[in-house]
Ligand binder design. Structure first.
Ligand code: SF4
Ligand code: SF4
Length: 289
């Protein structure tokens, strides 16, 4: 069991994963709501593997918010890696496996995913929930993008992180002075709030998801164009615009899996010391270690 796990970790690391872990299946089944448990998607699941890839280059943090989703989001790389891993496990160990779709549940509305990749990563010990809307952070790698694989191969589970790196000491100091942490202070939608206890630990996190979505969707080019087209009853500017040669570049980007659908404004992460300054968050430093 240990050899198989080691081989899986090495496969992922060689292909760019910074962190790999196995979540407790029992905990996933207990915490995820009915319909969204690993066994609801893959009835014979024995192990839940979670992997994280690095996001932004160090330079990306200087870019304006509207361009960050196009340059800094590396979730597609994480998904490709997980897809390859599922094939690899089947080929090497003969155990049926699946790449867990990061997609929304078609029966659950626009904010309900089929599975919570975040829960898998948290239980696998490769990310902890932050005060910035529960974005997962890692003390060494900062901010990552996550993907999951379910397999019939039995693997030993890892434990969640013993210590949450959020809030960082400098965030606690700021909170003691002004009642807010950097992510709360600089969120342009003011959708983050919370409390830190006497020991400097998270006590309460509040995230207004609707306010965040309202602001960040301004950076989502494709849905905006589609909304214009739908509003256009006489099939003039809006609907014709879908075929406009100048806009075809967007369809190309979408088909190539390159951004444009969802956005985040990233301001909460731009000011986060864990996301930007953790020892291995900087790709230049990573390449030296
Ligand atoms: S993505 Fe932007 S709007 Fe959303 S929580 Fe972060 S800073 Fe606020
Ligand atoms: S800035 Fe980062 S470390 Fe500090 S409270 Fe916010 S999410 Fe946590």
């Amino acid at each position: 069991m240990q050899d198989a796990k080691q081989a899986i970790v090495e496969y992922c690391r060689k292909r760019g994963a910074l962190a790999v872990g196995v979540a407790s299946l029992e905990a996933c089944e207990r915490i995820a709501p009915p319909g969204h448990r690993p066994s609801d998607l893959f009835p014979r699941v024995k192990s839940v593997i979670s992997l994280g890839v690095g996001g932004q280059t160090q330079g990306t943090w200087q870019m304006p918010a509207k361009a960050m989703a196009y340059s800094g989001s590396t979730e597609v790389r994480a998904y490709k890696l997980a897809y390859g891993l599922a094939f690899h496990i089947e080929q090497k160990f003969g155990a049926p496996s699946i790449y867990v779709p990061p997609d929304l549940d078609p029966e659950g509305g626009p904010r309900v995913p089929l599975q919570s990749l975040k829960l898998h990563a948290e239980l696998a010990g490769i990310g902890a929930r932050s005060l910035a809307g529960d974005i997962l952070l890692h003390p060494e790698f900062g901010f990552m993008y996550y993907a999951s694989v379910f397999t019939e191969l039995e693997l030993e589970a890892d434990a969640p992180m013993a210590e949450n790196p959020c809030p960082a000491p400098s965030c606690v100091s700021m909170y003691r002075q002004i009642g807010r942490t950097p992510c709360m202070k600089f969120c342009p939608a003011q959708c983050l709030s919370g409390e830190i206890d006497d020991k400097g630990k998270q006590k309460l996190m509040r995230y207004d998801m609707a306010a965040c979505a309202e602001l960040t969707q301004e950076y989502e080019a494709v849905p905006k164009i589609l909304a214009e087209a739908v509003r256009d009853e006489v099939r003039s500017e809006g609907a014709e615009g879908l075929l406009d040669p100048d806009r075809k570049m967007l369809w190309y980007k979408v088909s190539a899996g390159s951004g444009a659908w969802f956005a985040q404004c990233f301001e909460c992460m731009r000011v986060c010391p864990i996301a930007t300054q953790s020892p291995q968050a900087d790709p230049i430093l990573r390449s030296k270690s």
